[in-house]
Write a protein of this length. Structure first.
Length: 176
């Protein structure tokens, strides 16, 4: 599957550059519940300076065919937003989201989990943080049905394995 090869390749690049990251979004939903169709890969990256962004862009251009804009990436770093890459060989969009550095974002990285993908240990957002992220996105989107369906799916599959105290703590702190 294209996503497996792409995730393994991305992990290798980010590991070489010593960039902390988390796979989130639809790929993470598939990792923690039932697979669903997604047309992109969402990655949260912990990068705080333009030099590191430049190195990431260079590595991505060396290892993938496709479109990526350094200026868009630098602007996203300043905004703590996102930039993307369209990977031509796989036909997949990769969205890179910069961590905000908030207390919750730091906690997400500490609470992450690894899964073996394509022979590599790929770092994923935890199922609890995926639920919280989906709640945040649902509020921003005015109750997005996709976000709610993803939450229900993770809850159904993970069930008793979820750290409910962690969920309650951050849902309360983030006023969700």
């Amino acid at each position: 599957m294209e996503f497996v090869a792409l995730l393994a390749k991305l992990d290798k690049i980010l590991d070489e550059l010593k960039i902390d990251y988390l796979i989130t979004g639809g790929i993470a939903v598939g990792a923690w519940s039932r697979p669903r169709h997604t047309a992109d890969i969402d990655i949260i990256v912990e990068i705080v300076n333009a030099e590191k962004v430049g190195k990431l862009i260079v590595k991505l251009k060396e290892n993938f065919k496709g479109y990526i804009d350094i200026e868009q990436a630098q602007d996203a770093l300043r905004r703590r937003g996102e930039f993307n890459m369209i990977e031509q060989d796989y036909g997949i969009k990769i969205d890179f989201w910069f961590s905000t550095g908030s207390g919750y974002d730091k906690e997400k990285f500490c609470h992450s989990r690894q899964r073996k993908i394509g022979g590599r240990l790929v770092r994923f957002i935890s199922p609890e943080d995926l639920i919280i992220s989906k709640l945040i996105w649902s509020q921003k989107a005015g109750g997005s049905e996709r976000q709610i369906d993803d939450i229900k799916s993770v809850l159904a599959v993970q069930g008793k394995r979820l750290d409910k105290k962690y969920l309650q703590k951050w849902i309360g702190k983030l006023d969700l």
